[in-house]
Write a protein that binds this ligand. Sequence first.
Ligand SMILES: Nc1ncnc2c1ncn2[C@@H]1O[C@H](COP(=O)(O)OP(=O)(O)OP(=O)(O)O)[C@@H](O)[C@H]1O
Ligand SMILES: [Mg+2]
Length: 339
Amino acid sequence: MTSDNAAVVSDRAVPTAPDGADLPVGLDDGDGAAVLCTDLVRVYTAEGVEVQALQGLSLRVEPRELVAIVGASGSGKSTLLSILSGIDQPTAGTARVAGHQLVGMNRRQRVVYQRDAVGFVWQQTARNLLPYLTAAENIAIVLAVAGRGRGGAAGRRARVSELLELTGAADEADRTPAEMSGGQQQRVAIAVALANNPEVLLADEPTGELDEQATVRVLDTLRSVNDELGTTTLIVTHDAGVSDHVSRTVQIRDGRIAAETLRRTVTGPDGGPRQVAEDFAVLDRVGRMQLPPDVVRELGLRQRVRLHRQDDHLAVWPSGLDPTASGPDQWTDEGTQQR
Ligand SMILES: Nc1ncnc2c1ncn2[C@@H]1O[C@H](COP(=O)(O)OP(=O)(O)OP(=O)(O)O)[C@@H](O)[C@H]1O
Ligand SMILES: [Mg+2]
């Protein structure tokens, strides 16, 4: 590993990426991935000022995965989802979703992609449903436009019922959005987004306007859809509690994936299943990693750090500490570091 700002304290060479390894760490050539973003950059220019909303974001999501994307306001979550939904194009980098290469798509390809491969649920409930149609009609119109739903009108009716059942919105079938709560609208919106049987479902803050109880129901609905249909699902949310509902949470910081939390079920001491959550930092293709800001602050890490290679791990030290020394000599004077 090399780093512009790191002093490497080790008599062993720290390995660099193998020759020719130009793929992001942990990413292969994308075969089989439902979503594969490589080095996505999105620069917005507003009033002559550039904003780098995405700064080399790489992400791989496997088919059938349910992934939550979290991050502070302005970290680039919606920018990423706009690109994945085909609404926006990146300044640089590539994105592939459900086998569709999103960069360089023409208008027709984009229509086909949005109609057949992805479904969306937006934060603003009003953006998801047509206000003058009932829940059932909102779904039926999508089926009709896409020419889906076998067996003509009867087949479409059956598909509409199936989708409303799946999202727990069967009672809302004949109601218009104004006659539903926010949570009910979002569950119908999920049914609408699934009407085309998309391979990937994208949801940008689907619970942003909901109270806690409705939030839990919407997240549970997304999870059961993912379980039952196997639809690969990406949910953007501000809700830190979301990681309790999903097996993988990725955190965006400053336009890059900084960290991931993975949940898995293990056997507890009583022999029963127990959920454990583990936090990971994420390495990019050239070995860059973001240290958690609280750790940086608490350890007083600034500008340069020492990397101390051990057999099976790498320690990061403040530059004023010498990990090869012991006792009081461990401390060196920042201003008179050994040369
Ligand atoms: N159309 C635009 N023009 C200029 N700057 C933009 C535009 N869209 C987003 N940005 C900027 O890009 C950055 C990332 O914005 P983005 O909307 O992706 O963040 P976010 O993580 O979704 O935030 P939030 O949690 O508030 O929804 C922000 O600094 C934002 O101001
Ligand atoms: Mg957003």
